[in-house]
Design a binder for this molecule. Structure first.
Ligand code: SUG
Length: 446
């Protein structure tokens, strides 16, 4: 069956801001209270989408969520008109308020976990929106995210959607940021690799001590069950707790995989030897490339500041791959030297392309955070909403839309401006028409 990887990038939302909301995410905390530029953020993201589409890859997008989230604020006891809700929340509970303003849905790697039809028992593509339970500002994303996914992938003959896992730390699920799929060709049955940060029900097992482990093993196991995966084609591996404590809050900050390649940092995992043996055995075919970046070349600290591993690893053709890396990799001499050598080595990675996604990077989101990978057969692509696929026309239309609706400067105080909600809603309403999504936002459903 012919299948391709489609990258669904998150469109940066009109309230993109830096609020220091993510303990354990070094960039988020160190840029807290900086002024942001939502317009520039959205355009940087669109430019990356357009470039990948021009490289011949299939590229689509997921829309941003409505923020501030007035509906959540109402659940927390704020009442009156929408403007009253915003004003009272800002004055009486400013930290709660900013958490309802985050444009964090832009990092669509965290939107959901997807298993392609070649891997599932019922031969449907399975989706589970991530509950993002570890961070309040992210835990409010999943209901609308799930609605958007169901709208884009609506044909029940091909697509199966599951509820997000139950909320709470025990089933903390961060979606594809901790999930990689290996395969020979995209249409073949693959090996799904789930990486967790801790065990939820066994405190005697290794776990980080300084920063939270956001993904539990039990959550990963639940996703594998829901998606009807063959246990012989699933591997669970634990992230090294020591690197979580150094700021590696998701596994996609320390490794990235594609087809028969895992590009990873030497310190990424626990029990690496046994883990890789299981991957090789279950993958079955040869060759499989474990491309190790040694600590002597790039330290964990360099990996966290440059986001080397938050690159996208994409297939250019059947033999060679490219890393889509953030600009920060060029600014770090050790990372740059490593990359200069990598492309001439004996691995399928033959090219590095650098992209400026600084607006997102300052919140701890690199190129790979900004995309959700969905492997689809040609038939499944035909059953997907065609209006979310990037082409020259949509790219131009979205740039005009951003110019019309987005601000080029946003500070904490601006978030309390009730006009921002009005601007944001009219932007999103127009976007649902451009993308032909129907009513997906809470303000469209009341
Ligand atoms: O969940 N940052 C996001 C970054 C997510 C990156 N995604 C992946 N690695 N896949 C997070 O920590 C910061 C928001 C703020 O501080 O304003 C934030 O939510």
């Amino acid at each position: 069956m012919n299948a391709s990887e489609v990258n669904f990038d998150g469109l940066v939302g009109p309230t993109h801001n830096y609020a220091g909301l993510s303990v354990g995410n070094v960039a988020s905390l160190s840029n807290a209270a900086q002024q942001s530029n939502p317009k520039e953020g959205a355009k940087q993201g669109l430019a990356k989408m357009k470039a990948l589409s021009d490289m011949g890859l299939k590229q689509a997008l997921l829309p941003p969520l409505e923020r501030p989230d007035v509906f959540t604020l109402r659940k927390l006891g704020f009442s009156g008109s929408d403007a009253d809700v915003i004003k009272n929340a800002y004055e009486k509970a400013p930290q709660v308020f900013v958490a309802t303003c985050s444009a964090s849905s832009m990092w669509t790697a965290n939107a959901c976990t997807v298993s392609p039809s070649a891997d599932t028992a019922d031969r449907k593509v399975h989706f589970t929106a991530a509950n993002l339970a570890n961070k309040f500002h992210r835990s409010i994303e999943s209901p609308t995210t799930a609605r958007i996914l169901s709208s884009i992938f609506s044909n029940e003959k091909y697509f199966a959607h599951h509820e997000p896992l139950p909320l709470g730390d025990h089933f903390g699920d961060e979606g594809a940021a901790n999930h990689t799929r290996f395969c020979s060709n995209y249409g073949d049955a693959g090996l799904e690799f789930f990486v967790y940060g801790k065990y939820a029900f066994d405190n005697s097992k290794p776990a980080p001590t300084k920063y939270p482990a956001r993904q539990t093993k039990e959550a990963s196991q639940a996703i594998a069950r829901l998606h009807q995966l063959n246990p012989d084609k699933v591997v669970f591996g634990q992230q090294n707790p020591a690197v979580i404590d150094k700021g590696v809050f998701h596994n996609d900050v320390i490794s990235v995989g594609n087809r028969n390649v895992l590009f990873y940092h030497e310190e990424a995992f626990l029990n690496t030897h046994n883990l890789f043996e299981e991957i090789t055995t279950k993958f079955g075919e040869q060759p499989f490339y474990f491309v190790k970046v040694p600590s002597s070349a790039v330290s964990v600290e360099d990996a966290v500041t440059s986001y080397l591993f938050n690159s996208q690893l994409i297939s250019i053709d059947d033999k060679s791959m490219a890393l889509i890396a953030p600009g920060e990799c060029e600014e770090n001499p050790r990372v740059k030297a490593y990359l200069d050598n990598l492309v001439s080595g004996d691995t399928p990675i033959k090219e590095v392309r650098i992209f400026d996604v600084k607006q997102s990077m300052q919140n701890g989101g690199g190129p790979a955070c900004l995309r959700q990978r969905v492997v689809l057969t040609d038939e499944e692509i035909n059953a997907t909403n065609p209006n979310v696929f990037i082409n020259d026309k949509l790219f131009a239309e979205l740039n005009v839309w951003v110019d019309k609706h987005y601000r080029d400067r946003l500070s904490a105080a601006d978030l309390a401006d009730p006009n921002l909600l009005v601007e944001s809603r009219s932007a999103l309403d127009e976007l649902t028409q451009i993308l032909n999504l129907g009513s997906v936002y809470p303000f469209q459903l009341v």
